[in-house]
Write a protein that binds this ligand. Structure first.
Ligand code: 3PG
Length: 428
């Protein structure tokens, strides 16, 4: 059982958001169960970046992270399940690529079935022997997994009603998707014994500790591509006293610059007018909170060209921050009490556009603040730069961590807490 202990000091008393109390959790862990010979459903998050040209996995950090929990279940009949990408996006693939990576990392044969809830998957689960591992196909092949449900309704989905009968225990370890109330996350714990895997255990223990000592000013450096999700979270972060300065980078910065009429052409993104209107409303409501770039780097025939934002021409592809913006953002980071950075600042995969991402991570690593780095992309760059030791908490989670910081209870944590207190479920 994890039971977080609050550290009391004067800073904490001043800054602590009462809402956050709700997130202090009591959940069961692997240590609370006899795992030998049990058939276990392990929900992980192996949602990896996929190279748009080769359609191969381009970063395996999340798979690597899952290994510790998989190893802890080596005496069970283990069924691993994950989503990959979103339906309609080019990162939406089968899990056949992931099985190869897992086999290499574990140095062990893993069974794989191109099915999630059908007869083929059910037969494979029933035939598993102690110590064997089966990987199911992409959970989002199952339509239900693409929608949010209450725990009660999730428990009644075909996925949960069919599969839960085949398992003794559900282990939730997909912290990067802890903000999603999908059937595989909130449905199984509603009807069967459930506990946190090692990643969830580590994340929540560290985060609870960090949040008790977090000091103002809170500086949020926000990039990445999931703009609608981010807009919702920004509002909650500001309202809950978790964002004194929001320094925008990447695609979300472009959306805000359009809202400020500093970019005057369409960005060509989904639901553009809707997100620009939301950004506009946020700037109106919180005029002193947001910073957007003053200079950027654009791509001209594969070359990096520095440009003042005022000189941008229709169709210019903004791929990175410029040096003046990085310098200004770095000053705000240096004066922060707590810094949270999520999402790359540009097209960092291309060497000549990685400057902003690397420079900001460097500023975060060298600040005196409490520091949190979030998301698979940034954690990869951090490792390459040898800066990991200088950061207080590193998480491959993106959106889930942003929501956690707002003080909102994450659906996965709530599901685990409920399962831990449901005595009917936990006769282990
Ligand atoms: C993530 O990468 O943030 C998680 O895997 C959740 O993915 P989603 O935003 O597509 O639900």
């Amino acid at each position: 059982m994890i039971c977080s202990v609050l550290k009391i000091n004067s800073d904490y008393l001043k800054e602590f958001n009462q809402e956050h109390l709700k997130i202090i959790m009591r959940v069961l862990t692997l240590d609370d169960f006899d795992l030998k010979g049990k058939t276990v459903f392990l929900r992980v998050d192996m949602n990896c970046p996929i190279d748009p040209d080769t359609l191969e996995i381009s970063g395996t950090k999340r798979i690597e992270e899952a290994i510790v929990t998989i190893k802890a279940l080596d005496q069970s009949k283990l069924v691993i399940a994950s989503h990959q990408g979103r339906v309609g996006n080019n990162d939406y693939t089968g899990m056949d690529k992931h099985v190869k990576v897992l086999e290499r990392m574990l140095n062990k044969k893993i069974k794989y079935v191109e099915d999630v809830i059908g007869q083929a998957a059910q037969n494979e689960i029933k035939n598993l022997k102690d110590g064997e591992i089966l990987l199911l196909d992409n959970l989002r092949l199952c339509a239900e997994e693409n929608y949010e449900f209450s725990p009660e309704d999730a428990a009644n989905t075909i996925m949960v009603s069919r599969l839960s009968k085949l398992f003794d225990l559900c282990v939730l370890d997909s912290f990067p998707s802890a903000h999603r109330s999908h059937p595989s996350i909130v449905g199984f714990p509603h009807v069967m014994p459930a506990c946190a895997g090692r990643i969830v255990e580590r994340e929540v223990r560290n985060l609870d500790e960090i949040m008790t000592v977090a000091k103002a000013p809170h500086v949020i450096v926000l990039g990445g591509s999931k703009v609608p999700d981010r807009l919702e979270a920004i509002k909650m972060l500001i309202k809950n006293g978790r964002a004194d300065h929001v320094l925008l980078t990447g695609l979300i910065a472009n959306v805000f610059m359009r809202a400020q009429a500093r970019i005057k052409y369409s960005l060509g993104i989904k639901k553009e007018e809707e997100v620009v209107a939301k950004a506009h409303a946020l700037i109106g409501e919180y005029p002193d909170v947001f910073s957007t770039p003053v200079d950027v780097a654009i791509d001209k025939d594969g070359q990096r060209v520095e440009m003042d934002v005022r000189e941008l021409q229709t169709g210019d592809k903004i791929y990175d921050l410029g040096p003046k913006t990085v310098e200004y953002y770095s000053k705000l980071i240096a004066g922060a009490g707590t810094v949270f950075i999520s999402g790359p600042a540009g097209f960092f995969e291309k060497e000549n556009f990685s400057f902003g991402t690397k420079a900001l991570l460097n500023s975060v690593a060298n600040s005196m603040a409490t520091t949190l780095v979030s998301g698979g992309h940034l954690t990869t760059v951090l490792k390459e730069q040898g800066l990991e030791e200088k950061i207080n908490h590193i998480s491959t989670a993106g959106g889930a961590l942003v929501l956690y910081l707002t003080g909102e209870k994450l659906p996965m944590i709530k599901a685990l807490e409920d399962a831990a207190t449901d005595t009917n479920l936990n006769k282990h």
